[in-house]
Structure formats: structure tokens, C-alpha cells
Design a protein around this ligand. Structure first.
Ligand code: HEM
Ligand code: HEM
Length: 219
């Protein structure tokens, strides 16, 4: 099929956003267990590109705009029923079920990132208050400066050790729980998203994954 029979559906920003999101979310899962700076930065990058995509949803190209694909949930259910019966209506842009999935994926990413951020901030706050408490005990106990310095070092090491242990136990804070649960739910959404893309591609006899790479769809 020549280029005349093709139309650009997904602009460059949507495509770069999509595949960056896929890569970053994959990396966020891989680094999740480490809970370190790398994980935090990857998560913040997810949040940044999602914010850019949301802004683009108001001022981007035709098919990137929310106004082009946001629809009622009933329309999405009708599309799913059509998909199940093998005769789905064809949409050039996002189909109604994909539209709802996209909203959930964007919202899910925001919930994961914000809860991760709060969990991380709480953890940092807990650390500093723990260290402050240790210092005040040490300061009262040792008047002599030399002794104080020596013991302070020891205390610092102990405090650091205690913090490491505490860090492992802190998984039960509410925000950590929300973070981990939303990350697991996101995995389920992603599986349905990929299944939906596969089913839709098969029914309409088009390669949607290729479209998300090239931006083009056959007319
Ligand atoms: C889409 C983005 C993200 C994904 C998919 C993600 C995923 C995960 C997962 C799966 C874990 C659990 C690891 C485990 O204990 O087995 C985790 C833990 C954690 N993440 Fe994220 N994360 C994301 C973004 C962020 C951000 C933006 C931050 C902070 C700025 C963050 C901070 C944390 C922290 C502090 C923990 C440890 C929670 C705890 O157990 O107390 N994450 N993340
Ligand atoms: C981490 C995994 C993934 C996430 C979070 C994700 C997220 C998204 C989002 C947010 C969109 C909306 C794009 C936009 O308008 O900006 C989208 C659309 C799309 N994604 Fe994914 N995606 C993932 C994996 C995949 C994979 C592996 C494929 C390929 C099989 C894929 C294929 C598509 C296609 C074809 C669309 C357009 C759907 C349509 O309108 O029918 N995605 N995805």
C-alpha cells in the first residue's frame, strides 16, 4: 500500500511518549525492590512525561486530543461487546475501550508516582527525626567533647544500622502500601491493554503496534 492510502494518526510526541513510558515503567519495576535514588528518579521521569502527555491532550494534534477519544463508559462497553461478537466498529483514532484504558493507565501512573513520592518523603522525614533523637541523647550523656565525638561516631554507625533495619520494616506505611498495590494493579491493566491491542488488531486486520511505531494507519 502506498503512502497515499495511509494517514498519520499518532504524532511524534504521542509515539515518543508511549515507548518512553513503556521503557520507564519497565525500569521502575526492575528497580522497585532497591527503593533507591535510581528508582525514585525513574518514577519522577514517568510523572513528568505523563504531565506532558496530559497537556498535549488539550493542545496536540487531532487524534492526540482527549476531545477526540474521551467517551461515555457505555460506548466503551458497546465496543467490547462488538469485539466479542467479532464485528467491532472501526475507529481511526483510539477506540472507546482503548480510550478508557488510556485514562486508567495515565491515572494509574500518577497514583503510583505520587504515592511513591509521599512514601519516600515520609521515609526521609522519619530518618532525620530518628537521627535528631539520637543526637540529643548523645549530647546529654557526654559532656566531654573528645569522648562525645568518639561516641557520636559510634552512635552514628548504630543509628545508620538501625535506620537500615527500620527501612526494611517500613513497608507497612499506608503510602508504601498504596504505592505497591497500585503498582501491582497497573501490571494487570497493562496486560489487559496489550490483550486489547492484540484483539483489536486481529479484528480490524491492522497492525496497531506498528502504527504506534510509525504513527501511520491504513485508510
Ligand atoms: C511508575 C512509576 C513507579 C513504579 C512502577 C514503581 C514500582 C515500585 C514497586 C513495584 C515497589 C515495591 C518494591 C518491593 O518492595 O518489592 C516500589 C517501592 C518503592 N518506590 Fe516505587 N515505583 C514507581 C515510582 C516511584 C516514585 C516516583 C517514587 C518516589 C519519588 C518511588 C518510591 C518508592 C519507594 C520509597 C519504595 C519503597 C516502599 C516501601 O516498601 O516502603 N517509586 N516501587
Ligand atoms: C508498560 C506498558 C504500557 C503502557 C503503560 C502503555 C500505555 C499506553 C498509553 C498511555 C496509551 C495512549 C497513547 C496516547 O494516546 O498517548 C497507549 C496506547 C497504545 N499502546 Fe500502549 N502501553 C504499554 C504497552 C504497550 C505495548 C507492549 C504495546 C504493543 C503491543 C502497546 C500498544 C499500544 C497501542 C497500539 C496503542 C494505541 C491503542 C489504540 O488506540 O487502539 N502498548 N498505551
Amino acid at each position: 500500500m502506498n503512502d497515499k492510502n495511509q494517514i498519520i494518526v499518532w504524532d511524534l510526541l504521542v509515539r515518543v511518549f508511549h515507548w518512553s513510558l513503556v521503557l520507564l515503567i519497565f525500569l521502575a519495576y526492575v528497580t522497585g525492590e532497591s527503593k533507591g535514588t535510581l528508582h525514585k528518579n525513574i518514577g519522577l521521569a514517568v510523572l513528568a512525561i505523563v504531565v506532558v502527555r496530559i497537556i498535549w491532550g488539550f493542545c496536540g494534534s487531532k487524534y492526540a486530543r482527549f476531545s477526540d477519544f474521551i467517551c461515555s463508559p457505555v460506548k466503551a462497553l458497546v465496543y467490547l461487546r462488538e469485539l466479542a461478537t467479532g464485528k467491532p466498529t472501526h475507529y481511526t483514532g483510539h477506540n472507546p475501550a482503548a480510550a478508557w484504558m488510556i485514562l486508567f493507565l495515565l491515572l494509574g501512573s500518577i497514583v503510583i508516582c505520587l504515592s511513591g513520592y509521599v512514601a519516600h518523603t515520609n521515609k526521609k522525614a522519619n530518618h532525620s527525626s530518628g537521627i535528631d533523637a539520637t543526637y540529643s541523647i548523645v549530647a546529654t550523656a557526654y559532656a566531654d567533647q573528645e569522648k562525645h565525638d568518639k561516641h557520636n561516631g559510634k552512635h552514628k554507625r548504630r543509628a545508620r544500622h538501625a535506620e537500615e533495619e527500620k527501612e526494611e520494616d517500613e513497608g507497612d506505611s499506608v503510602w508504601s502500601d498504596i504505592h505497591e498495590i497500585s503498582a501491582q494493579l497497573m501490571l494487570i491493566l497493562i496486560c489487559f491493554h496489550i490483550l486489547g491491542v492484540a484483539a483489536s488488531s486481529k479484528m480490524h486486520n491492522e497492525n496497531l503496534m506498528k502504527s504506534m511505531l510509525t504513527g501511520k494507519k491504513d485508510l
